[in-house]
Design a protein around this ligand. Structure first.
Ligand code: SF4
Length: 169
């Protein structure tokens, strides 16, 4: 069992924001179900940005820039449980199509000044960079599965939702 007020953080990487919208769509239910969840860090949701550590961290999006490489390490260190939400974070997403192409050629064709673009040659899932406790699949994710997973984690129970468990017993 965690402390009375479990804290939740939401981190965004390369994504369309659709999975975060699923979270915004159930914010009231989340508070009711978990009873004591405080959304401590959620920049896209315009919540307060409280410093970690956090009990549960949700990660949307894939790793596509050098800055992402640093940020995902910081997110991992700040969270007791790290959960990837959606196909982008769990598998690389549609942007992983770049993995079979030449990114430099793409940038030449798309940007007037590609020299100002800082990017990696690949789009990779979060689990390729840090340990992940759960992967919630979907594009976007199911808000009901998200609620069940969060409420289980903050109560110290193993989630029943069909997520891929990587670390939690
Ligand atoms: Fe958007 Fe789908 Fe990626 Fe979620 S998994 S951020 S809905 S593209």
């Amino acid at each position: 069992m965690m402390a009375d007020k479990a804290t939740l953080a939401v981190f965004k990487f390369a994504s369309c924001d659709g999975c975060q919208l699923s979270l915004l769509d159930c914010e009231d239910e989340l508070l009711a179900v978990a009873e004591a969840v405080e959304i401590a860090y959620f920049p896209e949701g315009r919540s307060r940005k409280l410093a970690g550590p956090y009990d549960v961290g949700l990660v949307e999006g894939s790793i596509t820039t050098p800055d992402d490489l640093q940020r995902i390490q910081e997110a991992r260190e700040a969270c007791r449980y790290l959960v990837t939400i959606g196909a982008c974070a769990s598998a690389g997403g549609i942007q992983a199509l770049r993995n079979w192409a030449n990114v430099a050629e793409f940038m030449q064709q798309v940007y007037a000044h590609p020299e100002y673009v800082s990017t990696l040659a690949t789009s990779t899932p979060i689990s390729e960079h840090v340990a992940v406790d759960f992967e919630l699949r979907g594009c976007p994710i199911s808000k009901h599965q998200l609620l069940e997973l969060i409420s289980s984690l903050v109560r110290g129970k193993k989630p029943r939702t069909p997520s891929h468990s990587v670390c939690v017993e």
